[in-house]
Unconditional design. Structure first.
Lengths: 199, 680
């Protein structure tokens, strides 16, 4: 028994190494969410006001940085197909996907940000520094909406249809491959199904 | 030409390392003194050639040889010469070369300062270090050669060094960190040598201790410089972000801290032997893991492996051989190192055991948090970041416990401590520390927060009990001065390091509880008041640096309330100016925020320039951070303590003591240090 105990560190290491080996070059799979085909949970949270350097030109932005801004609720998803992107400044992977989000936002994709368990000031600084791909950013400082959504960790991206129903969930970084293979086809399908007037 | 020379020297260094890994070890197995004797000359040779190779790469950078892919990607002709030199370790390939150079340096140091050790021990230690070096040279030569050419069409100019790295902190931070990481290879090699020889006694622990202390002090300085750099360069105003790169350096530090303490028990009492060996293996394994995780970019962008699978496979294979191999050896051989002593649950041994348990639990939680995103990725849960909330949740209570336990533990006696004496030991500090904590906050004029009181009480408790211990131990019949003079350097090292922890804890507590931070939109001519200081936005000018153009803001800082001023009265004379910059680097077009800080022992004033908002308005970030310098002051004291302890006379004296034909004979004479040689 005494001797077997000495093997414990080795066993732990072997398990870890096996995992790392398995992970080499492997692609992450999207994980299904319990909320797929269900509406976005009800919420009432503040919007991240202030420095929307990406969307509004600097000159007509008279709001001070500390401006609490308006209150958002689940109705912002109605009428348009949107992506809901969960991010935070403490999340390194979010930093990785950020430039790509800016790219797809430029092509006209509507992205709503969910700033998850973060400091407002840091988040504003981040958007000012790296650009703002989000049409609106919901401030979820306590992670309440995150909890309702079943957020696993940042980043996560939800595809929400024009009725506010979650249709798909991607966990992890959105990059060119993820976008082209899993998100964009579904996004396009939903867009095509929209009534003409809403397009 | 220089590059080819460097490449060739690297290959020669690899060949010598290969010989160093094999011949001396084979000599100890077959008992050939001549083979054993090759360990030292081979180490010297290896160092000379890797130094030549490193010198060649530095030359290539200084001469702007953009035909080298590595130089072209990480330098630029406009870069000042000192950044050209530091750019050598600005990315993957060069860092590995620096790593190899430092490893060869430590190997050389062991070869030179081990005259007193038995020849077979030195041979084993140097062989193991040679094996590690072989792995690094192979990795470099096959997957990450810094001397690769971009021929026949070299670029006209380089892509420039990442602006974040163009900073004095980054010139010395990586070498310091690597000195620490690689320094643990010495303790590791000693541990493997002990396992190979089936022999580990108090002399072994005595040899290992100064090396471990030295490495640990370097690592402490490295981490402290990294934190300092993040504070003033990143423009985010924090000093620790729980970012994977930081965690990668914190983990070996935690293991190293546990090792230093466990080594003390192994030396003084012959206990915790297997545990000490395991910690020595762990500290270096985590250093390797840290270097690779950071350098390969596996953690920050999980794509690095996928884009270059050969690198990933090589890294993993190397980790597997080094860590897996040493843990296997540990499992097979460490039971032969019996221990024969007991201690009561109220003794210094028990205190150190508690310290080790707390440190290892902390380590496990940092490791889990750091690797969780990776594991999640492997299991197909996607790419996830674990944020500061997780780390703070565990780290704060564990750290608090550690600080509380540290004071008592260090004052306890070996073997057994009487409960009466313990009571007299803790009485005064126990009563005084909460009272002083309250007084401190009241005098500073801050609100009494529970978290601040707890942290401050713990830190004061540690300070008082440590000083009380010095007072008691320095009692002497003649005079206090004689008594203080008799305390050895080991003891002073411990005292200074522990007081450093207290200073660090005070800094962390007060900064995180009483910092004031504002993000505002300011028009030139406007001012803002934060925590009693006024910041007047004076002007913005364009200035030109060697390889960048900057918008430089100017802020006049004054004390609100001085000379009857309430902020409206701006005629008050400012006591300092701050000039934060927004830089655009010419080669890459990268924007960088350069904060300006007015530092002080009791508070830092920090201004960072954000984005221009038009009409002369800027977004500005202003911080007032009390006591933040104490964090780095404490870290420096901790490192200093490690250095002082490493210079204890005891370690030098051993050179004379140990000059006997066999160490095992000497140790068998002492019952506590008896080595159970029951080779099965």
């Amino acid at each position: 028994m005494e001797r077997i105990k000495l093997f414990i560190p080795l066993i732990i290491f072997v398990v870890l190494a096996a995992m790392l080996y398995w992970g080499l070059g492997r692609d992450p799979n999207a994980m299904p969410s319990a909320l797929i085909s269900r509406p976005v949970p009800v919420f009432q949270l503040p919007a991240l006001g202030g420095l929307n350097a990406g969307n509004t030109s600097a000159a007509d932005n008279n709001a001070t940085v500390a401006d609490p801004g308006e209150v958002l609720d689940e109705s912002i998803f109605l009428g348009q197909v949107s992506l809901l992107n969960v991010w935070a400044t403490w999340c390194v992977s979010c930093r990785v996907e950020h430039p790509y989000l800016l790219d797809i936002a430029e092509t006209g994709v509507r992205i709503i940000g969910l700033n998850y368990k973060d400091e407002v000031a840091a988040a504003q600084q981040w958007l000012a520094k790296y650009g703002d791909p989000y049409e609106q950013t919901i401030v979820d400082a306590k992670g309440a909406l995150g909890l309702d959504l079943g957020v696993f960790g940042a980043p996560e991206t939800y595809l929400v249809d024009h009725l506010g129903v979650i249709r798909y969930k991607h966990i992890g970084v959105v990059d060119d491959r993820v976008w082209r293979t899993s998100l964009q086809p579904r996004y396009q399908l939903l867009r095509d199904a929209l009534p003409e007037a809403d397009k | 030409m220089v590059a080819e020379l460097g490449h060739f020297a690297l290959i020669l260094a690899f060949c010598l390392a290969f010989a160093q890994a094999l011949i001396p070890l084979a000599g100890t197995l077959t008992n050939k003194p001549l083979w054993i004797g090759t360990a030292r000359p081979l180490s010297c040779g290896q160092f000379v050639f890797v130094a030549i190779s490193f010198g060649c790469l530095v030359t290539a950078f200084v001469q702007d040889d953009f035909s080298l892919a590595y130089v072209a990607n990480n330098s630029n002709s406009l870069l000042p010469y000192y950044y050209k030199v530091s750019a050598v370790w600005g990315a993957h390939e060069g860092s590995l070369l620096l790593w190899a150079l430092i490893l060869a340096g430590w190997t050389l140091a062991v070869a030179m300062f081990s005259r007193s050790l038995p020849a077979d021990m030195v041979a084993r230690v140097l062989s193991v270090m040679g094996m590690i070096a072989v792995g690094f040279y192979l990795f470099m030569l096959f997957t990450s050669n810094p001397f690769e050419r971009l021929l026949p069409f070299p670029p006209m100019d380089g892509k420039d060094l990442n602006p974040l790295l163009q900073d004095i902190g980054l010139i010395i931070h990586p070498p310091m960190l690597y000195m620490g990481y690689v320094g643990f290879s010495v303790a590791f090699s000693f541990a493997i040598a002990a396992l190979l020889a089936g022999r580990m006694d108090s002399a072994w622990a005595r040899w290992t201790r100064p090396w471990t202390n030295a490495a640990w002090s370097f690592l402490t300085v490295g981490i402290f410089l990294g934190s300092w750099w993040a504070y003033y360069e990143l423009g985010w105003g924090g000093w620790w972000f729980w970012d994977p790169v930081e965690n990668a350096s914190l983990m070996p530090w935690l293991a190293g801290t546990a090792l230093i303490h466990s080594l003390a028990v192994s030396e003084k009492r012959g206990l915790f032997r297997s545990w000490t060996l395991l910690l020595a293996i762990l500290a270096f394994s985590l250093s390797l893991l840290g270097t690779f995780l950071v350098r390969s970019g596996v953690l920050t962008s999980v794509h690095a492996f996928a884009t270059d699978p050969t690198r990933g496979v090589f890294i993993l294979a190397f980790l597997g051989v080094v860590i897996g191999g040493s843990l296997l050896l540990f499992a097979l051989r460490s039971s032969t190192l019996g221990a024969t002593a007991s201690f009561s649950w109220l003794s210094r041994e028990a205190g150190i055991l508690l310290n080790n348990v707390l440190l290892v639990v902390t380590l496990a939680m940092v490791l889990l948090g750091t690797l969780y995103p990776l594991v999640a990725d492997v299991l197909g849960w996607g790419k996830i970041s674990v944020g500061p909330p997780y780390f703070n949740f565990f780290f704060v209570p564990l750290g608090l416990l550690l600080v509380l336990a540290m004071g008592v533990g260090a004052s306890l006696q070996w073997k057994r401590q009487g409960t009466n004496r313990l009571r007299s030991l803790v009485k005064a500090p126990l009563l005084l520390s909460p009272a002083l904590a309250v007084l401190w906050l009241l005098l500073a004029g801050w609100s009494l927060k529970i978290a601040a009181l707890l942290g401050l009480t713990a830190a004061l408790w540690l300070t008082l009990i440590t000083l009380q211990d010095v007072w008691k131990k320095s009692q002497h019949s003649h005079s206090r001065r004689v008594g203080l003079g008799r305390l050895n350097k080991s003891y002073w090292g411990m005292v200074i390091a522990h007081l450093g922890i207290a200073v660090l804890a005070i800094g962390i507590t007060l900064t995180s509880n009483y910092s004031d931070q504002r993000d505002v939109r300011l028009v030139i001519g406007e001012h803002i008041e934060v925590a009693g200081y006024g910041f007047l936005f004076h002007s913005v000018e364009q200035v030109r640096g060697p390889n960048y153009i900057a918008q430089q803001g100017r802020f006049d800082v004054f004390v609100v309330g001085a000379e009857g001023g309430d902020g409206a009265n701006l005629a008050i004379k400012p006591f300092t100016h701050l000039a934060p910059e927004k830089r655009r680097y010419l080669a890459t077009g990268n924007m960088m925020t350069e904060a300006d800080i007015d530092g002080g022992l009791f508070r830092d004033l920090y201004v960072a320039l954000g984005e221009p908002l038009g009409d002369g308005a800027w977004s500005v970030r202003v911080y007032v951070k009390p006591y933040i310098r104490w964090i780095w002051l404490g870290a420096m004291m901790i490192a200093l303590g490690g250095v002082i302890a490493a210079f204890d006379k005891r370690y030098r004296k051993t050179r004379v003591d140990v000059k006997q034909p066999s160490v095992s004979q000497q140790s068998e004479a002492s019952p506590i240090l008896a080595v159970a040689k029951k080779e099965s």
